[in-house]
Design a protein around this ligand. Sequence first.
Ligand code: SF4
Length: 349
Amino acid sequence: MIDTIYFEEDISEHPRTLSILAKFKAARTIPIKRFGELFNQRKQNFRIQKSKPSLILAQKHNGHVLQAPGGFGIGGTKNFYFSHMYNCVYDCRYCFLQGMFSSANYVVFVNFEDFDKQIERIINQHPEETVTFFSGYDCDSLALETITGFAAHILPIFKNYPGSLLEFRTKSIQVNPLTSMKAISNCVIAYSLMPEVMSVALDNKAPSIKRRIETMSKLSKQGWKIGLRFDPLIHGENWRTLYEELIEDVFKIIPQKSIHSVSFGPLRFPKAMHRDIFKLYPEDPLFSGPLQQRGPIVAYRQEIENEMADFCRQMFAKFIPDSIIFQCTPEGQSPELENNERQTYSNNG
Ligand code: SF4
């Protein structure tokens, strides 16, 4: 799966570097100074690189945990996110990573303990508040768990802080170590969902919706709290019927008591990001939909966005209380990142 592994010289003897390298004995290994010199190079072709990504093992020096943008949350008073890696094994056509990073190579930061320290510092700074941490902002939280072991590392930390909340956002059906441990009450396993026919067209290389629902069901039976994420909402022929069927199916299978929260949000891209992704996939049907520029973002027309949001909210309200339904606004999430911010963002390692 991975032919080439770059590693920063400074972490060549780090136990996590050694254990990851040991999993790819046949891979070519190349020492580098700093991952950014390779990862942030201009003139890389994300689309070509995506077909055979290399792995880069690096150390994150700052910005381990960052404040989540406004409009992004699942009920906590303070929201933060962190990324132990950049990029993803899946290839969703709407993914903002392809417009944010110039490289599709996977970067794994091996200094997990520095993430721990910052997470604990933030929790201790807000003793009276529910602090939510989102994992999987620049990657899929669990898809490469067999290589990184990050979830297995971080879960015991959160177990010590039951007043905080950790969300793993994923499409992965590989859910070890979750299935081999007792559920932790302050951890939400959040699955991104859309109607199967749309997912087949857009969620390239990701597990089918049916398998994601089966996995959620398995996790819920083990006591894990489940998050349902309908974000982005995708417009298309028969979207009402498709979303209605999906929502009914999900709530038929996942018991209400296991659902921590449901969130939904519109498809949106910052202008520059839309331009870059469109350049990569000009023929993709996603971009021939009713998108238009609205100020700094490219999104569906406002009336379509509102209609979809209202419809889905009403559907959710048939099954769960309003207090656990959250709408992510266009102000929220990374699509607000403009060119200069993207630069800062991808250079923060
Ligand atoms: S699973 Fe998430 S991070 Fe991975 S390609 Fe899809 S949208 Fe991007």
